[in-house]
Structure formats: C-alpha cells, structure tokens
Write a protein that binds this ligand. Sequence first.
Ligand code: HEM
Length: 231
Amino acid sequence: MIMLTPAPITRTGVAERLGIEFLSFASLKKAGLKLWLGGWLFHILLGLTILTHIITIFFPRIWVGIGYTYYELAGYAGIVFAAVISFLLFRRLLQANVRYVSRYPDYFLILLILSVVFVGDYTRTFGKLDMETVSNYLYGLLIFQPTLPPANFAFLTHLLLAQFFLMYIPFSKVSHFIGWVLAPTMNQRNNPRARWHRNPWNPVVESESWESYAARFQRELEELGPGGERR
Ligand code: HEM
C-alpha cells in the first residue's frame, strides 16, 4: 500500500495529519466544496448531538450548571442538522454527476438519518416528553435492570428509527468512521526510501549463505578463474 503523498515522514507528523483530517476533513475538500461544507457541518452537528444527548439523558444537571441557553441552542442545532442533511440529499438528487454514482443504499442511509433527526426535532419541540422517565429507562438498560419506556409515541418512533440506524451501521458505509483512521494511505509514514518494509505475509523464500554455497560448489568454483572466467 502506498501513502498519499505529500505525506509526513515522522510519527508525530502522521498524528498531526490525522488530527487535521479529523477536525477539518481536509481531503474531502478535494472532492468539491459543496460536499466538503455539507459533510463537515453534518459531522460537527452529529458530534454535538451525541454530546448533548449524553448530557440531557444521563447528566441533566450539567444544563443547570452551564445555563439553559445552551440547552436551547442544542434544540436549534437539531433543526440546522435536518437542514444540512436535506442539503446533502438535494445535492445527490440535483447534481447530475453525483446522481449518476448514487445507488439505493446512498438514498436509504440519508433518508434514514433524516427521519431520525426530523422525528428527534419533533419529539423535542412538540413531544411533551418527560425526560426523567427517558433517563430512568435508558439508565435501567445500561445496568441490566430494564424499566418500561415512556409511553410517548414521538419518542418511541425516534428511538426505533435510531435503533434501525445503529443496527445498519456495520453493514453500511457509515463504517468509514473506523476505516478512515486504519487507512494505510493516510496513516503510513513517507519513509520507503529510508527503511526496508518487509511484507510479513510474504511466503518464506529458501536461501543459502555464501559459505554453504561455496562449500557445495567448491570444485566448480575452483575451475573458474577470478571474475568467473574459466582457466
Ligand atoms: C438510542 C439512541 C437515541 C436516543 C435514546 C435518543 C433520544 C432523544 C431524546 C430523548 C430527544 C429529546 C430531547 C429533548 O427533548 O431535550 C432526542 C432529540 C433529538 N435526537 Fe435523539 N436519540 C437517539 C439517537 C439519535 C440519533 C442517532 C440522532 C441523529 C443521527 C438523533 C438526533 C436527535 C435530534 C437532532 C434531536 C433534537 C435536538 C436535540 O435535542 O438534540 N438522536 N433524542
């Protein structure tokens, strides 16, 4: 496997490269500005949503500590999230070259995530959800002492769709979230001229030392003059 050059030479350089890639999606920029902007915002909002879910469900006192304005902002972020996913969907539908390479799994995934987010936004805005029962229910699942989930249609739909999404991850391209860091094209150092890379799964090649070779063909070698010429 060959790394994508220009590539860093040191391990620190590789860590820096992966760090910058993680934060800025630099390599996605090469695929187009619209995809980069949509993709970057999508992942930032996904990260934010995961963080605010953990706070709201398991550590709600944090909102009290830092101020409810942030909780309100998280709600607006959810609406921007739905807008960004719709942008990615319309880019796929309207841009001829992207539509050409799009297949059913691409549309299915984007519509699944959009439905999770849309119903999440609905749950939060109109769901009249009792967060304490949600926390008790999810905490109960974590400690293997399940209780009944809240009888809230919007929340149960959000949860069901989210579970479909989570189950689908290993079978879909979402698994790229592990793949990008394992990609040798990204995580190798640019040192093939400085170091010999021996492929560990190459078959063992039988070889013989010079001493053993010389002993085996002593007579024939003696017949040859210096430089391999016959006397
Ligand atoms: C097991 C997984 C999940 C659970 C238990 C869950 C639970 C919840 C709950 C209880 C709310 C309402 C929050 C409130 O009223 O303050 C909510 C809202 C929301 N959820 Fe989820 N959710 C899950 C997965 C997801 C996933 C995978 C996504 C996105 C891909 C998502 C996106 C949203 C959004 C955008 C909102 C509205 C804005 C917000 O409160 O952050 N959820 N979710």
